[in-house]
Write a new protein. Structure first.
Length: 123
C-alpha cells in the first residue's frame, strides 16, 4: 500500500477509502481536476506493483487485470454505501469478524483506531 499511497500523492488524487484483498483492490478515489488522472494513476500503480511483487523468473499471467472498474458514485449516500460494502469485504471472505480487524483497510481509520498507510480524505 506504500506504493499506492505514493502514486495517490503524485497524481493528487483523494482516497475516501480502500480495502486491499489477496486478489483485488477496492479504492474509492476522487480527483479535483478534469482529465484522465485516476486512470493514469491506476495504470502506473499496477505496472510498477506487478513488477515489484513478481518472483524472479516468473513467466505467468500478469498480477492485475488490464482494465479496472471505474464506477461513478452519485452522491454522499452512494459513497457511504460503497465504503460499507468495501469495508465488509474481508468479513464476507471470512478473514476477520469485524472490518476494523483487517489491517489492509481504511475501516480502521474510520473507526479512529489508527491511521493507515494511505492518506484519506474522510467523509
Amino acid at each position: 500500500m506504500e506504493l499506492f499511497e505514493w502514486y495517490r500523492a503524485k497524481f493528487s488524487v483523494d482516497c475516501l477509502g480502500y480495502v486491499l484483498m489477496p486478489d483485488h483492490l477496492h479504492a474509492l478515489l476522487f480527483q479535483e481536476e478534469e482529465g484522465e488522472i485516476i486512470p493514469s494513476m491506476i495504470r502506473d500503480f499496477k505496472k510498477l506493483s506487478s513488477r515489484r511483487v513478481r518472483p524472479p523468473g516468473y513467466n505467468g499471467n500478469t498480477l492485475w487485470r488490464d482494465n479496472y472498474d471505474d464506477v461513478p458514485v452519485p452522491g454522499m449516500n452512494a459513497v457511504v454505501t460503497k465504503l460499507e460494502y468495501m469495508h465488509h469485504n474481508p468479513i464476507r471472505r471470512n478473514f476477520v469478524q469485524s472490518s476494523e480487524e483487517y489491517l489492509w483497510s481504511s475501516a480502521r481509520d474510520y473507526a479512529e483506531m489508527e491511521s493507515g498507510i494511505v492518506q484519506l480524505r474522510k467523509i
